[in-house]
Design a protein around this ligand. Structure first.
Ligand SMILES: NC(=O)N[C@@H](CC(=O)O)C(=O)O
Length: 447
């Protein structure tokens, strides 16, 4: 018998999915046992000379490792904002055992060479699994399809394609992309934003949600219909060609209604919502603090309510962080000049706990679905998002739901300091992250 590369791990007293306490034994990258047999199995391992470490987790909730379909890691090209290594550390601390790195790097991830590079950097970092997302169009320019097949066949085996940051606006290109990825069971993740309705490419691009607050502040508005019109078109395109569509960062009540309508008709669409759209509103823009500038923009209280309901009833499938780190100078400037985007990896689960669990909308089992099982299923992962059961790959986390912490971005592993939650007290803390059987976070700190 060859010695395992990592010690076995006996987790005692944790509550899987927030339910009854159970012991869990992790050995050789897998969950070896759950329940009373975990400790006896651990004794057997010890008797065979295997090192078994104990992790006491009384009061902590065990969940499958989180899977983020929407992360900006900035490398290659913008290593001043984030690197695959710093983003991976942030992910592990936030409880993510897999992240999907968006293609809007520099160069854009539109070739096999770039996606292979990002994938390799993720393996080297070793804190979370990093899956590169391929661009749909060359250079995100929306004119010519990128080499989707070459990226799918590369060692990175890309299955998800997105021009995120830009909308695949041309309906013919969108149709072709949807058709193309069917051949390898891939999917297109659309950043739904009708460019003309949001002043894209003009002197006055939209700066915030179009509504009462934008009218009062005199800032160019980003109307809900600019998102909804693209989602409506795309669900019909997906139906027409029988392909899989994923809608990135849904932000409006109308979008939730359209997706609900599409699902009722059996259209193969999935959707994500960001943590920040579950809690923050456009009222915050009155401060003119660019930390609140994001795309799609913060919307209204009614939208927040509809997004929470849509997530609770399954219309919205998953949480996607849209972790978008920016260097300080890109955020600490005049509103109109500031970059769009917020960090999110290290606060995502806390915001879900606060907005969805502590409000009684969902329980921890549903948290596991929206943060792990469902995103993993969308990507067709076979070893992520799996149940906490014997024989499954050991990608899991321990969360202390009773912890309270005041968010200080200076303490974050991400290079991005642009957290809209800075100074806020959030519930919950990730105490441990186990990646393929190896503890990469212990006692709330990186190992
Ligand atoms: N979400 C954001 O506000 N920003 C994203 C890209 C984008 O979706 O605009 C970024 O890459 O910074």
């Amino acid at each position: 018998m060859t010695a395992p590369s990592n010690p076995a791990l006996l987790i005692t007293g944790a509550r899987p999915y927030g339910e009854q306490p159970q012991d869990l034994l992790i050995a050789e990258g897998r969950i070896a046992a759950v329940g009373p047999e975990a400790s006896s199995h651990a004794e057997q391992l010890r008797a065979q000379g295997t090192q078994v470490e104990t992790l006491e987790a009384e009061g902590q909730i065990a969940l499958p490792g989180l899977v983020d379909l929407h992360t900006h890691l900035r490398e290659p090209g913008r290593e001043d904002a984030e690197t695959v290594a710093t983003g991976s550390r942030a992910a592990a601390l936030g409880g993510f055992t897999a992240v999907h790195a968006m293609a809007n790097s520099s160069p854009v991830a539109d070739t096999a060479g770039v996606v292979e590079q990002v994938h390799r950097l993720g393996l080297d970092a070793g804190y979370t699994e990093v899956y590169p997302v391929g661009a749909v169009t060359v250079g995100l320019a929306g004119e010519q399809l990128a080499e989707l097949g070459a990226m799918a066949e590369s060692s990175a085996q890309v299955r998800m394609f997105s021009d995120d940051g830009h909308c695949v606006h041309n309906p013919v290109l969108m149709r072709r992309a949807l058709e193309y990825v069917k051949t390898f069971d891939g999917f297109i993740a659309q950043h739904a934003q009708e460019p003309a309705l949001t002043g894209w490419g003009t002197e006055t691009p939209a700066q915030m949600n179009e509504g009462c607050v934008s009218a009062e502040l005199g800032l160019p508005g980003w109307p809900a219909v600019a998102e909804e019109a693209i989602i409506a078109r795309d669900v019909l395109l997906a139906q027409h060609v029988g392909s899989r569509l994923h809608v990135c960062h849904v932000s409006t009540r109308g979008s939730v209604e359209i997706i609900r309508w599409a699902k009722e008709r059996g259209i193969d669409v999935t959707a994500e919502v960001t943590p920040h759209h579950l809690i923050l509103t456009d009222e915050l823009v009155r401060s003119y603090d660019p930390v609140y500038k994001v795309n799609p923009p913060l919307r209204t209280e009614a939208d927040v309510h509809a997004l929470r309901e849509g997530l609770a009833d399954g219309t919205i499938d998953v949480i996607g962080t849209d972790h978008a780190p920016h260097p300080t100078e890109a955020k600490e400037c005049e509103w109109s000049q500031a970059a769009m985007g917020m960090t999110g990896l290290e606060t995502a689960l806390s915001v879900v706990q606060m907005t969805m669990v502590e409000t009684g909308l969902i329980d921890w089992r549903r948290v596991a679905e929206i943060t792990s099982a469902k995103p993993a299923e969308i990507y067709r992962h076979t070893h992520q998002g799996r149940p906490l059961a014997a024989g499954e790959a050991a990608n899991l986390i321990l969360v202390d739901p009773a912890a309270r912490r005041t968010v200080d971005p200076l303490q974050h592993a991400s290079k991005g300091r642009n957290s809209p939650f800075r100074g806020m007290e959030l519930p919950g803390e990730v105490r441990a992250t186990v990646l393929n059987g190896r503890a990469v976070v212990r006692e709330g700190a990186l190992v």
